[in-house]
Design a binder for this molecule. Structure first.
Ligand code: C2E
Ligand code: MG
Ligand code: MG
Ligand code: MG
Length: 284
């Protein structure tokens, strides 16, 4: 069950980060305070269409502005938020905030998308559908411009429930993508049963480009799978011109990475989009 795997990932977390029980209690308390005291922020990383070289949207990425420890990356605290269940109210905030930011970004622009990461616990939460529906209605964004990212390992926890949940979310007219594709335990026979729009090639494969022939083969294979299943394919973690060029040659649709832009604050993202996509102004 999701609960068991939550425990397992927590165990993994404690080993990895060597956080003891005492530190964990403090972290949990701090996370509760963080939500109440508005210490979470979202950064937004632009995503680009390779053919048109235009920004097609952004991915919302969570950060914690800790009062004494500074900016904390999500990999550090999301696993704890996940086991404690705090990811549910935090995730609720993320969905609302990202939708409202899209409404601001999209002002004067056509069809920008907002990609939002879902954690396992959030994904299997009964009221997720209502949360999404309300966030879309309150922000006034187009549902089809919202995209939810889930990982392969989440989807494989409980296949039938996953397929059912995916169809329910999809019925709201939002987009669905698989994050970190290629790193999880994925079954190609299930892939066609999931109502997906996009595969995100994990950064670990992009890192090896252009010299590592195994990574190149994997990237080509993922692009091939995506195209044959009529899915859009995006490369994550593109850091160099060489990587960008090889992805262009191999017909990848979209790219995201430091080569084009790091994740930006909401204000910087708004400015970046206006500067980068000047001709997309819909009012002209
Ligand atoms: P992810 O969803 O796969 O996000 C991509 C990560 O790669 C982000 O790290 C991003 O900043 C980083 N990245 C993008 N391009 C490059 C690049 O060219 N070079 C390098 N070195 N890194 C790049 P970040 O923001 O630290 O997030 C890490 C992970 O934390 C995310 O991986 C996602 O699994 C999770 N996460 C982030 N925000 C949220 C959220 O709002 N909700 C949930 N549930 N998870 C989140
Ligand atoms: Mg993601
Ligand atoms: Mg990823
Ligand atoms: Mg990741």
């Amino acid at each position: 069950s999701a609960k068991d795997s939550g425990r397992a990932s927590y165990h993994f977390y404690t080993e990895q980060m060597q956080i003891d029980a005492h530190e964990r209690v403090i972290l949990e308390r701090d996370l509760r305070d963080a939500l109440a005291n508005h210490q979470f922020i979202l950064n937004y990383q632009p995503q680009f269409d390779i053919k048109t070289n235009q920004i097609i949207g952004t991915e919302a990425l969570l950060r914690w502005q800790h009062p004494t420890k500074g900016l904390i990356a999500p990999d550090i605290f999301i696993p704890v938020a996940e086991v404690t269940g705090l990811i549910v109210p935090i995730g609720h905030w993320i969905i609302n905030e990202a939708c409202q930011q899209l409404a601001r970004n999209a002002e004067g622009f056509n069809n920008l998308t907002m990609a939002i990461n879902l954690s396992a616990r959030q994904f299997f939460q009964k009221d997720l559908l209502t949360t999404i529906k309300d966030a879309i209605a309150e922000s006034g964004v187009l549902a089809s411009n919202i995209e939810f990212e889930i990982t392969e390992s989440m989807m494989m926890m409980n296949i039938e429930e996953t397929i059912d949940t995916l169809h329910q979310i999809k019925s709201l007219d939002v987009q669905l993508s698989i994050d970190d594709f290629g790193t999880g335990y994925s079954s190609l026979s299930y892939l066609k049963r999931f109502p997906l729009n996009k595969l995100k090639i994990d950064k670990s494969f992009i890192d090896g480009l252009p010299n590592d022939l195994d990574d190149l083969a994997i990237v080509q294979a993922i692009i091939g799978i995506a195209h044959s299943l009529n899915l859009i394919v995006i490369a994550e973690g593109v850091e160099t011109a060489q990587q960008y060029d090889i992805l262009t040659q191999h017909d990848c649709n979209e790219v995201q990475g430091y080569f084009l832009s790091k994740p930006l604050t909401s204000e910087a993202a708004g400015k970046f989009i206006k500067k980068y996509n000047p001709n997309l102004n819909s009012t002209s």
